[in-house]
Design a protein around this ligand. Sequence first.
Ligand SMILES: *Cc1c(COP(=O)(O)O)cnc(C)c1O
Ligand SMILES: [Zn+2]
Length: 446
Amino acid sequence: MSTHLNFSAHFSCINPDCRKEFDLDTVIYRCTSCGELLEVKHNTNELKKKSGKEWKELFDSRLGSVRFPNNSGIWNKKEWVLPSIADEDIVSSGEGNTHLFNASRWAKDLGLGSLHIKQCGISHTGSFKDLGMTVLVSQVNRMRRMGLPIRAVACASTGDTSAALASYAAKAGIPTLVFLPANKVSTAQLIQPVSNGAKVISLDTDFDGCMKVVQEVSKDPGIYLANSMNSLRIEGQKTIAIEILQQLSWEVPDWIVIPGGNLGNVSALGQGFELMEELGLIQKLPGIVLAQAQKANPLYESYLKNFEDFQPKEAQKTLASAIQIGNPVSVKKAIRILKKFNGIVEQASEEELADAASRGDQYGLYNDPHTGVALAAMLKLIEKKKILKGEKVVIISTANGLKFTEFKTAYHESEIPGIDSKLVNKIHKSSENMNSVFQLIQTLLT
Ligand SMILES: *Cc1c(COP(=O)(O)O)cnc(C)c1O
Ligand SMILES: [Zn+2]
């Protein structure tokens, strides 16, 4: 017997004194009354008609499906994401369902109860940005089919957002504009939107400057803004919390460590846990650690003052280029989440993030510099006894290391300026003469 449940969702202003609501089928990013950001609110009374146990069973029953739409880690939780969209409007590339890497050997060396790395970079365009972009582009696809005059989608990016947007929009045949800060994204990240046919505009500024430009450009209602201030992205990204718990047999870890720039992803992570708690799937919340590069650390500075004040600043050049952001759009959402989740903000220097990435690689990972920031933060918090022996930790790895070959090569060649690479693995040269080879092996294995 199946009961028909009437799931629905709408945009709601995040300002507690306003809470104005808007239909999801409108082109809107900020509240028209007070100018604050919006969030997607679900009809939780309707969702509560299933028990926590029933939701867990339903989501678990869809795991491992090879068929659309349950072959996506987002759309197999469609009721919690965009319940009203028709399957034929969905633009999916099988995103999500990424591996939770069990770093058991490293956990043992660190004295942790367990250490898992959520490998978001093993996704269609190589970063977690796919999780939100499938939702945003699907909704745009729906609105275009309804006849709304949306000519193009547009974003500012530190590299991965534009790669994801260009790919999903190309799949659906939607024209795309991307604004990138000149010389601040990796070669792989730059060539992704170029290959997918997006109009790529390189601006002689930083990400915060690109963000200003794209907000001006998208005042034209025909140009749809795809940055994470658009809360449709957050809806997709929040499924990461649910997927991690499925992989941990619904056992809530003590800590989740996540690198942050514009701070949409940490907000999404928290919202995923909030919804699971509200609907009775879990009884406690994890602690959340937000990790920033020291060169781009406005939230760290605010954390030191108990979040009483937040000052945007100009971000300095960092190896963690995707989080080189000084004026994060989602800062209010992120602070609310961190206050609720026993939050800690930690920072990592360039040397700390590079060494931590390399340390992780020696346990079988292949870390990008942003994951390096999260790993460095974890190591520092273990040192400071804020993360305790025996505790269970999950690290969010945000992108695939293969996008950052320049970084990894320079590290192992000890050629990153200002950094003393401590965990270099040099390439050994030998002639093909067997005596030389045996002699070399002798020295390498002693
Ligand atoms: C976008 C991005 C981040 C930061 O996510 P925010 O939501 O902007 O905080 C971190 N790492 C990588 C690799 C990214 O692409
Ligand atoms: Zn408002």
